[in-house]
Design a protein around this ligand. Structure first.
Ligand SMILES: [Zn+2]
Length: 280
């Protein structure tokens, strides 16, 4: 079992050796875009303008690292999030006392957003990268049938054993959900981390029933914060692999078959929220 310090050292020592093709259009024709303050190099696809980290950690090493059930980084992130709503101990002090009520309010907004665009009732939901299960717990309390998948093996163990949730270890394509078995799929602060965003959207499309919804939330590079901070913006650091703009995220969701219905990325927002529908 790695200690937190050992895990950090392993991350720092590991070289970025994986030079991926563009996940949106498949082109192997990207040009340097920006070197982030932490040393990460971002490139931009010349064909479709998708911005992503390249090179990045080797995928199999990274997946093994993230999945270790007894990795103390996973243990500490999970327990901190369950107890305080944040992964890092240094952020605990700034959490409001009623942080869990705020989380539930956010979950309610996700469900309302989905209902506002869906062409079928919302009775079941699958959350991709479900963290420690806050959204699916809240959705279950609201009467939905819920499930989630997550790479952090320790978090999945806790969600199953302590919270009684249907949480599964692995990427969406690995957990084997039946086609058209869910009314909605959600991805909150997930898509920037995955190595295969288009595959995830396509898989979400497969498991969603016709008329069902997709909810996606991430940060976006076509925002004022990026203009102001550039390479110093902490959202661009190594643990984020894809750096979507309003245009590239909309294009990728559309490429997977969904019809984006609501796109919220106002001039003052650093983030983007897209709620899309699987056509009837
Ligand atoms: Zn491309």
């Amino acid at each position: 079992m790695l200690t937190i310090d050992e895990a950090r050292a392993a991350l720092q020592a590991r070289e970025f050796t994986d030079f991926p093709e563009c996940a949106l259009c498949g082109a192997d024709d990207a040009e340097p875009f920006l070197t982030v303050d932490d040393g990460c190099k971002l490139v931009k696809c010349k064909r479709c303008s998708l911005v992503y980290t390249s090179p990045r950690f080797d995928e199999s090493w990274w997946e093994r690292f993230v999945r270790e059930e007894d990795n103390s980084r996973n243990v500490s992130f999970t327990e901190n999030r369950l107890a305080h709503g944040v992964a890092l101990r240094r952020n605990v002090a700034s959490q409001p006392e009623d942080w869990r009520a705020h989380v539930t309010k956010k979950s309610q907004i996700v469900l309302d957003d989905l209902r506002s665009v869906m062409k079928r009732p919302l009775t079941s939901l699958h959350d991709v990268g479900c963290g420690v299960g806050f959204l699916i717990s809240d959705a279950r309390d609201a009467g939905l049938e819920v499930s989630g998948n997550e790479l952090n093996g320790y978090a999945v163990k806790v969600m199953c054993e302590r919270l009684g949730l249907d949480a599964r270890v692995g990427s969406l394509h690995e957990v084997g959900l039946a086609s058209e078995s869910r009314d909605a799929v959600t991805m909150t602060d997930y898509i920037e981390h995955t190595y295969h965003p288009l595959r995830d959207f396509q898989e979400a499309f497969r498991i969603t029933r016709p008329g069902g919804g997709l909810f996606v939330h991430t940060f976006r590079i076509d925002c004022r914060k990026f203009e102001e901070k550039g390479a110093a913006w902490d959202m661009l650091r190594w643990n984020h692999v894809y750096h979507f703009s309003t245009q590239t995220l909309t294009a990728m969701i559309t490429a997977a078959g969904f019809e984006p219905a609501t796109i919220i990325a106002g001039p003052r927002r650093n983030d983007i929220k897209i709620i899309a529908v699987k056509p009837l």
